[in-house]
Design a protein around this ligand. Structure first.
Ligand code: MN
Length: 411
C-alpha cells in the first residue's frame, strides 16, 4: 500500500496515488507537454523534473516530458517507466517536496487535454468470445457462430492511426457505400447504422526489431498502459465492404481514446486469470506462469446520460500479451506509440454487450433512453460516454479516463 499523498484526497478518489495516469496537456497559450493526473489536478512532471532530483540517471526526463506526446517517454522502456513512477509517487507523498511541486499542479478544469500519443501503428482485435458469437449469430444465422480460426488465434486487422482522436472530439457521421437489403446494387450516402464498440486500448512502448517476435513472456515489457477506446463503426458500410479483406472505411473515419493512459503498474490488483482457453492455443501463444492474464475492469457506457450497458473486461478470451505476441509472431516490429484495441467487450449477460448491434440485436430490439426515445443505432447529436475502473491495491479503485464523443451530421 502506498502512503497517502499530501494532496489529502478522499480514499475513494478514482485518480488517487495508486493510479497516476499520464497524458498531454496545455495551460492557456503554453506548450502541450506531458502531465500526470493526481486527483482533480494535472502535475507538470517535466517542470518538476527540471528543478533537479529527477530519477533519470540516464535519460533526461525533464526534456522527455516537455514533448507534446508520450512517445519519447514510451521509447525509454520498462525500467525507466518504473523509476519515473516511483519518483512521481515520492514527490507526491513526501512533504519535503510539497512546496516545489505544488506550484506545478494545474486544476483539471483549467487545462486542455490533447491526444496523449502520436499513434504509430494501430491494430484492432476481436478478443471477446461473446461478441464474436453474437456477431456470428446475427450475420451468419445458418452457420457456426464462431469462425474455425477464432479459438486458435486472436483475430485482428490493421486500422487507421491517423484518425485516432482524443476524448471530447466530435465525430462526423461518415458517408459511404451501403447496399440496402432489398436492393441488388449499392447506394451512396450517410451511414444509417452508426455504432459504438466499447474496447480497451493498449499503448505499446519500447521498440522491437523487424524479424524478432515479442514472446508472450516478454510482452509486458512492451505494454506501457491502457486507454478506454471507442471503435466507432458504420455497420452498413462495413457489411458491404468487408468481404473478403475485412473492415476498411466502415471503421477508419474515427476512433476515440481517453486522454489518460493508465500505466500497467496501476492495474496490478486488476490482474485475473483468463476465463479459460479450450483448445489450448499453439505454444507461441501460451506463455509461462501467469504471462497470459485477464484484467478485472468494469465499464459503463452512457448515451445522452442513460447507462445502456456495463461490459466486464474480465470476460475477454485472449490476453493482451497473447495479442501482442500474435501481432509480432511473423516478425512484424512494434514502435513506441503503437496502439491495439481489444475488440468489443461483451459478456454472456445481455446487459454487458459492448455494441448497439448486439444491444438492439441488429435493430430488432431497440433499447430505451431516459428521455423516452429508443435507439438501434446512433442519431446525430447523440453523446456516448464510456467510463471504466479497476480495483486498486488497497480496496480503492483506479479510474480509467473517460472516452466521450458526440455525433455530428454528415457533411
Ligand atoms: Mn473494434
Amino acid at each position: 500500500m502506498t502512503k497517502p499523498t499530501w494532496l489529502n484526497l478522499p480514499a475513494d478518489h478514482l485518480f488517487g496515488i495508486d493510479n497516476l495516469p499520464y497524458g498531454v496537456f496545455s495551460f492557456r497559450r503554453g506548450p502541450a507537454r506531458v502531465g500526470v493526473r493526481i486527483g482533480d489536478h494535472v502535475l507538470d512532471v517535466g517542470a518538476v523534473a527540471a528543478l533537479g532530483g529527477d530519477p533519470g540517471e540516464g535519460p533526461n526526463l525533464a526534456a522527455t516530458w516537455s514533448n507534446p506526446s508520450l512517445n519519447a517517454f514510451l521509447s525509454l522502456g520498462r525500467q525507466t517507466w518504473t523509476l519515473a513512477r516511483e519518483w512521481v509517487v515520492e514527490i507526491l507523498t513526501e512533504d519535503v517536496h510539497r512546496a516545489g511541486v505544488e506550484r506545478h499542479l494545474y486544476p483539471l478544469d483549467d487545462v486542455t487535454l490533447h491526444l496523449p500519443i502520436e499513434v504509430a501503428d494501430y491494430v484492432d482485435f476481436y478478443a471477446s468470445q461473446h461478441h464474436a458469437t453474437n456477431v456470428g449469430r446475427i450475420f451468419r444465422p445458418d452457420g457456426d457462430a464462431l469462425t474455425p480460426n477464432w479459438k486458435h488465434l486472436p483475430i485482428g486487422y490493421h486500422g487507421r492511426s491517423g484518425t485516432i482522436v482524443v476524448s471530447g472530439t466530435d465525430v462526423v457521421r461518415p458517408s459511404g457505400q451501403r447496399r440496402p437489403p432489398s436492393e441488388p446494387t449499392p447506394v451512396f450516402g450517410p451511414s444509417i447504422r452508426l455504432d459504438i464498440e466499447a474496447e480497451l486500448g493498449f499503448v505499446v512502448g519500447g521498440a522491437s526489431a523487424i524479424g524478432e517476435p515479442v514472446a508472450v513472456d516478454d510482452a509486458d515489457d512492451h505494454l506501457f498502459g491502457v486507454v478506454v477506446l471507442n471503435d466507432w463503426s458504420a455497420r452498413d458500410i462495413q457489411a458491404w465492404e468487408y468481404v473478403p479483406l475485412g473492415p476498411f472505411l466502415g471503421k477508419s473515419f474515427a476512433t476515440t481514446i481517453s486522454a489518460w493512459v493508465t500505466p500497467l503498474e496501476a492495474l496490478a490488483s486488476a490482474r485475473v486469470a483468463l476465463p479459460g482457453q479450450d483448445p489450448e492455443p499453439l505454444p507461441y501463444l501460451r506463455g509461462s506462469g501467469t504471462a497470459a492474464y485477464g484484467l478485472d475492469i468494469h465499464y459503463e457506457v452512457a448515451v445522452n446520460g442513460t447507462v445502456v450497458t456495463r461490459p466486464e473486461y474480465r470476460d475477454m478470451y485472449w490476453s493482451p500479451t497473447q495479442m501482442l505476441a500474435h501481432e509480432t509472431v511473423n516478425g512484424a516490429s512494434v514502435r513506441p506509440g503503437d496502439l491495439f484495441g481489444s475488440g468489443t467487450i461483451s459478456g454472456a449477460d445481455p446487459g454487458t454487450r459492448g455494441s448497439f448491434l448486439e444491444l438492439a440485436w441488429n435493430g430488432t430490439e431497440p433499447f430505451a433512453l431516459s428521455d423516452g426515445s429508443t435507439r438501434s443505432f446512433l442519431e446525430d447529436g447523440d453523446t456516448v460516454t464510456m467510463r471504466a475502473w479497476a480495483p486498486g491495491p488497497s480496496g480503492g479503485r483506479v479510474g480509467l479516463g473517460e472516452c466521450v464523443g458526440t455525433i455530428r451530421p454528415a457533411r
